[in-house]
Design a protein around this ligand. Sequence first.
Ligand code: PLP
Length: 461
Amino acid sequence: MGSLPLDDALFSLNPDTFAEESTAVVDFLARYYRDIERYPVMAPDAKPGSIRKVFPDAAPETGESMDRILDDVQRDVLPGLTHWQSPSFFAYFQANPSGAGFAGEMLSAGLNVVPFMWKASAVATELEQVVVDWMAGLLGLPELFCFAGGGGGVLHGSTCEAVTHATFQKGARIVGIPPANFRVLHIMAESGYGLSADTVRAAVEEDVARGLVPLYLCATVGTPGLGAIDPVRVGTTGLGAIDPVRELGQVARCYGMWLHIDAAYAGSAAICPEFRCHLDGAELADSVSMNPHKWFLTNMDCCCLWVADPTALTSALSTDPEYLKNVGSGGDVSTIDYKDWQIALSRRFRAIKLWVVLRRYGAAAMRNYIRRHVRMAEWNFSLVCFRLRQRLGIDDDAVDGLNRQLLAAVNASGREFMTHFVMDSKFVIRLAVGGAMTEMRHVRDVWELLKDKANELVGGS
Ligand code: PLP
């Protein structure tokens, strides 16, 4: 009995067709990057639900050509995109791609191995150990986070997937910690909106007095900003803050709490010696994370998580069903099965992507890349937060209203895209400089547009 017949298209890894269709996609993307400044940064006319009407209600019964599909991407997908790679995208934190990141992603997708354990792809596991050690070295992390120092790292898809950021709150709920026991502490202007050790100590002492057990403290090494219009000292992810790692580490040690350093965005800057001071005290932490997919030219997705004591992860997360045993690896207890360092089983070969980025660009060029953005923002790191200043006779609510209108007007222009945050009940505009294609002329352009729109608003108020 022979195999059932298959459509030609389903011999999908036929080397000739594969090369031809993949080349068409690469050419499409190259054209996209060439023309990217022609697109409005954020789809100006998109209304919720309006876009999906363009697409058929059901999947096609017969396959279509890649050319036709790419035509539809051009016609139906690009107009609804928020162009994250536009050089005038100043929103959130950027997701930096690069030629090398794309090449690494292609290799990862093309090889498509699933290295949940050593045996499932030995080189993927060991290359992951190599690149996380390389990254720890570049960031100047203490030796204790490297494999040789007794710690080690793992690559996740995102900080949240590593359950160290927004998902920590969800994780706490899943393990039965009541939401009320999850403390979000108030940060103040006097401490630059960083989390002060005194605030944490006071909260912990209050909890201990109530019979609670302090477990986990997250310090954020973010990106402070100072505005050019009306400076507002800033903090948290929305505004970016640098928490005093050493002082928080001392409090955490004192009460036996796990200290995590979340350096998702700004961690990349630590490859430059002048920014390493923000990680001072990292030796007091139990874990550290940063995202190469934000500011390190590594296409989505890639997050490095280091722990000082890997058994803290493996004792909680390892599973050992018969079908996942490393038969043949000689029973070496030092063999790493990354499934035991994460919640999910399946995982991607992200190491090859980060490895390609590091090899293709090298540390010196990456340092220049970071410094270039910092210089463009004219600030420590590259996030600037600001608001229109209060004028005599205008109350806080009216100033907030003006700032909201200013942001809406700038974004509606399609020329730029920025986001906002609310701090101390004040609405502030965030300008995150860090796009892979952003040049000084784009930063000047957003500044000119802001001034024009602000003049129109204030003139008309
Ligand atoms: N931590 C910080 C400090 C962030 O600023 C962000 C996102 O901007 C995150 C974590 C979330 O990262 P991810 O999208 O990788 O989960």
